[in-house]
Ligand binder design. Structure first.
Ligand SMILES: Cc1ncc(COP(=O)(O)O)c(C=O)c1O
Length: 374
C-alpha cells in the first residue's frame, strides 16, 4: 500500500492534532540536573513508598491481575479525604491511569460527536485534544488578564448550549487560582444539563480546604478530577481519579479498562495515602519556596503572577531564549510556553526545594548578568 492510502486510513481528528509536548528533562553531563519543566513534586521523600513497592515485588504476585475494583486504594482515598474534611462514598470514585486517562473517560462517556466542549484558551493541551478525539466542537474562551475568566466560561457555556466545560483550578500554566466563593458563583450560574469537569491537579498547593469536592453533592453536574502526580509525588506510578455523582461514575466505570491501574501503582498510591505526613511536609516547603521565588522574580523585573500551584508563570522578556538556553547549559530546564499558545517569552517554572531554588536563582542571575541583559 502506498503511503497516501495509508494516510487516508487515519481519522481526520487524529491527523489534525499536534502531539503532546512534554516538559523537557535536562540532558548532558552537568554536575547538577534540575527539571523545573513538568510540575512534579521535587521535594517529597518517597523512600517509604519505594520500600513498600519492593516488599510487594518480593511476594509472588506478578502472575495475577491486579484488583480491578481497586478496593484497598478506594478505601485509602476515602479515608484520606475524610481526614481532610471531605465526605465521599466509594461509588463516587473512578480511577484513571493518571488523570489524563480520567479526562479521556469523561469525554468518552458523556461527549457525543458534534457536542460543544468549552475550555479556557491557552490551557493544558489535553482538554482540547481529548475533546477533539471525542468528535466535539471545541470553543476556547478568552482569558482576562491571563486569568481563567469564569464569567465568560459560564456565558459561553450557556450561549453555545455546551455539553461540558473543562478547566483547572489552580490553572495550568498561569498558576492563578480562584477561591471557593468564585467557584460556587460559577456553578450556581451553570445550567444543570451542562457538565463541569474541574481539574484540581494542583489544589493541594492552594486553597485545599476550598476544594470543589465540597460542591459535588450540591451540584450533581460537577465532576472533580485529582491526580497523585503532583502534591503526592507519584507521577511515575500514574494514578488519578474523578469524584462525581454515582450515576455519572457508574457510566465511567463501564468504559474504564478493567485493569487500568497496575499492582505497583495501586500499592504505591495506597501506601502514600495511608502515610500522608510527607505529602503535607513537602507542600509546606514548596509553598515557602514559591513565595521566595515570586519575590525574586519580582525583584528581577520578570512580572510573576500570583501562584496557587507548585509553579510560577513569569515573563523572561524578549531575551527569553538566551536565558532558557543558559539555564539548560547549566542543567536546568524550565517550560517556555510557546506550545501552550503564549508568546514563548512567558515561562513556567516548577518550584523545587531550597537547594534547587538557590541553584536556579544563582544560574538565572548569571544568565542575565553574563549575557549583559537588562
Ligand atoms: C492541569 C493538569 N491536569 C492534569 C494533568 C495530568 O496529570 P496526570 O496524568 O499525571 O495525572 C496535568 C499534568 O501536568 C496538569 O497540569
Amino acid at each position: 500500500m502506498d503511503t497516501e492510502r495509508l494516510v487516508s486510513l487515519i481519522r481526520p481528528e487524529v491527523k489534525s492534532l499536534a502531539g503532546y509536548v512534554a516538559g523537557k528533562a535536562p540532558s548532558g553531563s552537568y554536575k547538577r540536573r534540575i527539571k523545573l519543566a513538568s510540575n512534579e513534586n521535587l521535594v517529597i521523600n518517597n523512600s517509604d513508598v519505594q520500600r513498600h513497592i519492593k516488599r510487594i515485588l518480593s511476594s509472588p504476585s506478578l502472575e495475577y491481575y491486579p484488583d480491578s475494583h481497586q478496593t484497598r486504594l478506594r478505601e485509602a482515598v476515602i479515608s484520606f479525604l475524610e481526614r481532610e474534611g471531605f465526605s465521599i462514598s466509594p461509588e463516587q470514585i473512578v480511577f484513571g491511569d493518571g488523570s489524563g486517562e480520567s479526562l479521556q473517560m469523561v469525554m468518552m462517556a458523556f461527549v457525543n460527536p458534534g457536542d460543544t466542549v468549552v475550555i479556557p484558551e491557552q490551557s493544558f493541551s489535553l482538554y482540547r485534544t481529548r475533546a477533539i478525539l471525542a468528535g466535539a466542537r471545541v470553543v476556547e474562551v478568552r482569558r482576562k488578564n491571563l486569568w481563567v475568566d469564569l464569567d465568560a466560561l459560564k456565558e459561553t457555556a450557556i450561549q453555545t448550549r455546551a455539553k461540558l466545560v473543562v478547566f483547572s483550578n489552580p490553572d495550568n500554566p498561569t498558576s492563578t487560582t480562584h477561591g471557593g466563593d468564585d467557584l460556587e458563583r460559577f456553578l450556581r450560574g451553570i445550567p444543570p444539563d451542562v457538565l463541569v469537569l474541574l481539574d484540581e491537579a494542583y489544589i493541594h498547593f492552594a486553597n485545599w480546604r476550598e476544594s470543589g469536592l465540597h460542591f459535588v453533592t450540591r451540584y450533581p453536574n460537577l465532576i472533580i478530577m485529582h491526580t497523585l502526580s503532583k502534591a503526592f509525588g507519584l507521577a511515575a506510578l500514574r494514578v488519578g481519579f474523578t469524584v462525581s455523582h454515582p450515576i455519572l461514575a457508574e457510566q465511567m466505570e463501564k468504559i474504564r479498562l478493567p485493569f487500568n491501574l497496575g499492582l505497583l501503582a495501586q500499592e504505591g498510591a495506597w501506601y502514600r495515602l495511608t502515610h500522608p505526613n510527607r505529602i503535607w511536609e513537602s507542600v509546606e516547603i514548596i509553598c515557602r519556596e514559591r513565595k521566595a521565588l515570586i519575590d525574586f522574580l519580582e525583584k528581577e523585573g520578570r512580572h510573576p503572577l500570583p501562584a496557587g500551584g507548585n509553579f510560577v508563570f513569569c515573563d523572561f522578556g524578549p531575551e527569553y531564549k538566551r536565558i532558557v538556553e543558559y539555564l539548560e547549559n547549566h542543567g536546568i530546564t524550565v517550560r517556555s510556553l510557546g506550545s501552550f499558545g503564549y508568546d514563548p517569552r512567558f515561562v513556567r517554572i516548577t518550584v523545587g526545594g531550597p537547594r534547587d531554588m538557590t541553584y536556579f536563582k544563582k544560574i538565572f542571575l548569571l544568565a542575565v548578568r553574563e549575557a549583559g541583559l537588562p
